[in-house]
Design a protein around this ligand. Structure first.
Ligand code: UDX
Ligand code: UDX
Length: 471
């Protein structure tokens, strides 16, 4: 029998150095100088980037992250591709690998693909030594802990495990702040010693009253429900944006008036092109799958509608653009401002810019795509189409529906027919509309789906303005 009691956590290993694993471990290392934290990832390139001397090359862009990495990297925070060795040294292992929606087989399009979680559990079962606490950080379907537990316990080695659920609630773009000052830390599990050891880590910088302890399924389910509620607010206000447009109301005024009700609150009431990001859609689909599995088809339909409104919002934006440009965008130059799913991140997963751009390209438009942090390579991957460059041949240039990557907005508006703001990056707030109207091909349109532009300046520069939810 393995000695179960551990006096103190000395070594943490996190499997998965992505948007969650990287920043979370950086903040833990920063707050716990006595603990060695190692992030391992099967993606060798990613580990290389985490170790890059040039901090602008980190694989994840998050305000404040570079400073922390500078302080703790190679002191008590390490990035490594040696997965097994680091598993064997660890007292606690965080599973922070991605769990995409299944694209094939049973539950396709809704259920989470647990291939990676299962693979990691097997690897942990094999390589761990002594007693190890395994923490689910990834958002996963309810009752996954059971699967992880079964795999861990099925090996015949002289090791043992406690499985905890500790979902991460950080939002990208504000990850460091969210990690340093979380609204709550949620820990689900049965093993009280393990729960206390994990709590000890957070207690270094989080107040005890914010550490909630629940059973493991409540913890797993709470993560899905928190995301479903947040996404529901976005879909609610987006549905209202359409009502505002036809009635002459102004969605910002409605949002403010409604949000002033302290029972409702003013957060997550900004209308936009629809929610993106790696979690909302995936987690709601997961919830829908769970409801259907348990025969709760009415409940499943209720949550399905949150996703339907989200798809509908993206579609109606692209259709509005085509409609305003006289029903055709063929060969028209359109500037897309913003490709990440929200400001302050280089993440494009489920970004509404993808579907809107694809639809416009499909209509024959020539898009000029700009984003302060997303690379041309990433956009090409998302659009499944290579950009035009100086070296493109005439056949490519004459293709039906093309795009180009632009890094500089000065002089970018020459002969442009429309500008569409899709991401709320700060740099787009103060564009010089007077100058832009000199470059643009009249009668040109400016579409603001985030309501961050100065409507009056645009109109007084003789440009046509369409603001989402502005009647
Ligand atoms: C997170 C959560 O972990 C996920 O559950 C949530 O739903 C979305 O956000 P995130 O960190 O954003 O995932 O994902 P990603 O940036 O893709 O990082 C996952 C990392 O895990 C990748 O770098 C991948 O290479 C790594 N990985 C995956 C492994 O190291 N081993 C595996 O077996 C699978
Ligand atoms: C979300 C949750 O907020 C976080 O707690 C969880 O851990 C992961 O999922 P994230 O996806 O990083 O975080 O970003 P979030 O700020 O929630 O935004 C999600 C999407 O909703 C973005 O596309 C954003 O632009 C959109 N949104 C958000 C709106 O359109 N309006 C709003 O008022 C708020």
């Amino acid at each position: 029998m393995v000695e179960k009691f551990k006096k103190k956590i000395k070594n943490i290993c996190c499997i998965g150095g992505g948007y969650v694993g990287g920043p979370t471990m950086a903040v833990i290392a920063d707050n716990c100088p006595d603990i060695n934290v190692t992030v391992v990832d099967k993606n060798v390139e990613r580990i290389k980037s985490w170790n890059d001397g040039d901090l602008t090359k980190l694989p994840v862009f998050e305000p404040g992250l570079e400073e922390i990495i500078k302080r703790v990297r190679n002191k008590n925070l390490f990035f490594s591709s040696d997965v097994d060795i680091n598993i064997s040294k660890a007292d606690i292992i965080f599973l922070s690998v991605n769990t995409p929606t299944k694209t094939k087989g049973i539950g396709s399009g809704q259920a989470s693909d647990l291939t990676w979680i299962e693979a990691c559990a097997r690897q942990v079962a094999d390589a761990a030594k002594g007693h190890t606490i395994v923490v689910e950080k990834s958002t996963i379907p309810v009752r996954t802990a059971e699967t992880v537990k079964k795999i861990l316990e099925s090996n015949n080695k002289d090791n043992s495990f406690s499985v905890l659920s500790n979902p991460e609630f950080l939002a990208e773009g504000t990850a460091i702040n969210d990690l340093e000052m979380p609204d709550r830390i949620l820990i689900g599990g049965e093993d009280h010693v393990a729960i206390e050891l994990l709590s000890d880590i957070y207690r270094k910088w989080v107040d005890e009253t914010k550490i909630l302890k629940t059973n493991i399924w409540s913890s797993e389910l709470s993560k899905l429900i928190a995301n479903a509620f947040l996404a529901q607010r976005v879909s609610s206000i987006n549905s209202v944006s359409a009502i505002c447009e036809v009635t002459g109301a102004n969605v910002q005024e409605v949002s403010k008036a409604v949000g002033f009700d302290s029972r409702i609150g003013n957060k997550f009431l900004n209308p936009g092109p629809g929610f993106g990001g790696s979690c909302f859609k995936k987690d709601i689909l997961n919830l829908i799958y769970l409801c259907n599995y348990y025969g709760l088809s009415e409940v499943a339909k209720y949550w399905e509608q949150v996703i339907n409104i989200n798809n509908w919002q993206q579609d109606r934006i692209y259709k509005t653009v085509v409609d305003k440009l006289f029903g055709t965008v063929y060969k028209k130059k359109i500037i897309i401002l913003g490709f990440s799913f929200k400001a302050n991140t280089n993440d494009t997963r489920e970004s509404t810019s993808i579907s809107i751009s694809k639809n416009l390209i499909n209509e024959g438009a020539h898009l000029l795509i700009h984003d302060p942090k997303v690379s041309s390579k990433q956009i090409a991957k998302d659009l499944e189409k290579e950009p035009l460059t100086e070296n493109s041949n005439s056949a490519e240039v004459n293709n039906y529906g093309t795009w180009e990557y632009i890094t500089n907005l000065e002089n970018a508006f020459i002969n442009v027919d429309a500008v569409i703001v899709l991401t709320d990056w700060k740099v787009y707030r103060n564009l010089d509309w007077n100058e832009i109207s000199n470059q643009i091909r009249p009668p040109a349109w400016v579409f603001d789906t985030r309501l961050i532009l100065n409507k009056n300046k645009i109109i007084s520069s003789n440009l046509n303005y369409w603001g989402l939810g502005i009647g």
